[in-house]
Design a protein around this ligand. Structure first.
Ligand SMILES: [Zn+2]
Length: 184
């Protein structure tokens, strides 16, 4: 039997990597471990009000890129009832590993294990509204940075990033660059 069939939310876990493992030939000890994980999964759905499994929206890609590929394993993405994303990440690590602490410092939180006992499950909850805000902030910073930095032109004058095209069309710039071209 596949693991997902042991859970209360078969539809939800049917298409996960974990959900497709089989209970075939498992020892009693292994089954105990699996049943505990199943219990944790049932609790996870309730605690975090999981609505459905989600694919990776491009806005989440950047969030994942912050965490090096080395730290990502068995990733599952869910959407909650209030439309937040939960990234579930279960790499093989425990609290004696450097990897574990690195993940905490990258903003991941530890929850009850959702994979196997030798892996730790970390989550990140992402509010899509925060991502939009972050994008706005990024744009704001970009404008601020570029507006301040004068760019030295080959004609000897400086212009700000946002006045580049105006400068390139100016009589002064065209006149000087024509002289330069003649002498090359
Ligand atoms: Zn110029």
């Amino acid at each position: 039997m596949n693991f997902f069939k042991l859970t209360e939310n078969k539809k939800l876990f049917k298409n996960t990597y974990w959900g497709l493992f089989s209970t075939k030939d498992r020892t009693e000890t292994e089954m105990e471990e699996i049943n505990k994980i199943v219990e944790n999964r049932n609790k996870f759905v309730k605690d975090f009000q999981i609505k459905k499994i989600s694919t990776l929206p491009s806005k989440l890609k950047k969030e994942l890129e912050k965490t090096y590929p080395y730290y990502l394993d068995h990733v599952e993405i869910y959407k909650t009832e209030d439309n937040k994303y939960i990234i579930v990440n279960s790499p093989y690590t425990n609290n004696t590993c450097q990897k574990y602490n690195e993940l905490l410092s990258l903003g991941w939180k530890v929850i009850d294990k959702l994979y196997f006992n030798n892996a730790t499950t970390f989550i990140k909850i992402i509010d899509p509204e925060d991502l939009i805000l972050t994008k706005k902030e990024q744009a704001h910073n970009f404008y601020k940075d570029h507006d301040k930095t004068p760019i030295l032109c080959e004609c000897g004058e400086t212009y700000s990033y946002f006045h580049k095209s105006r400068h390139m069309k100016s009589k002064y710039h065209i006149g000087i660059t024509n002289i330069i071209k003649k002498h090359i």
